[in-house]
Design a protein around this ligand. Sequence first.
Ligand SMILES: C[S@@+](CC[C@H](N)C(=O)[O-])C[C@H]1O[C@@H](n2cnc3c(N)ncnc32)[C@H](O)[C@@H]1O
Length: 231
Amino acid sequence: MEPDPPLTLAREATPHGEVVLRRRGAVLELVVDGAFAMDTVDTTTEVRLAEAALTRHQEPERVLVGGLGLGFTARAVLADPRVRRVDVVELAEPLVRWAREGLVPELAGLEGERCRLVADDVAHVLTGAGSPPGPWDVVLLDVDNGPGFLLHPGNAALYERSGLAALRRSLAPGGVGVVWSSHPAPDLLAGLRSVAAPGDEVEETALVVHREGRELTYSLSVLHRAPGTAG
Ligand SMILES: C[S@@+](CC[C@H](N)C(=O)[O-])C[C@H]1O[C@@H](n2cnc3c(N)ncnc32)[C@H](O)[C@@H]1O
């Protein structure tokens, strides 16, 4: 059977390339700067990203989500009643606007008392130069298809030592940072180990996904900052 042709719901140029929302049958797709960013066929790993951190933290009150996408990670965080505040930082300003306008049900109604959407580069926010200021109990990063498949070349720095050190510094003592990837990411894991301090824990969880008849292995790379460590 022929796949449904895509129906473009919105598209807009940004300084970081065009962002497009389109519907193919019941499936919503997000395209960023010409690259497929995600769709709604299987969003289990976006949810697992949130769960991986929330299950490792006893009081995850403040959470930073890097990359709004189609809102599945943010919604999974908001489903946890222990979370008091979620800052969702998204580089593509039109996507934030479409979410505020409720352009599609998947993105509608996210912002509210417990959730703020911010149009910015998450790298800027993680360094403490942007707003909102940290620290956070949980930081979730899903801004690329993984460190080996970037949506924007500028995101490479996020996975380098300086970016990973900023991620660690943005965590409150006891905080948990998790990075999503659509492939195993040994270099990222090594990078997290290189910025970890004594008492921190670093680990990778493999996630098996079945898509279009293929078995794929995605990964979550976790840095759990030791409680009571400064700096
Ligand atoms: C794969 S999607 C995120 C999916 C999301 N986890 C979900 O559940 O729907 C990646 C998102 O990150 C955004 N993004 C890319 N680079 C970014 C950056 N440096 N800072 C903030 N957002 C960024 C993209 O525009 C896109 O919306």
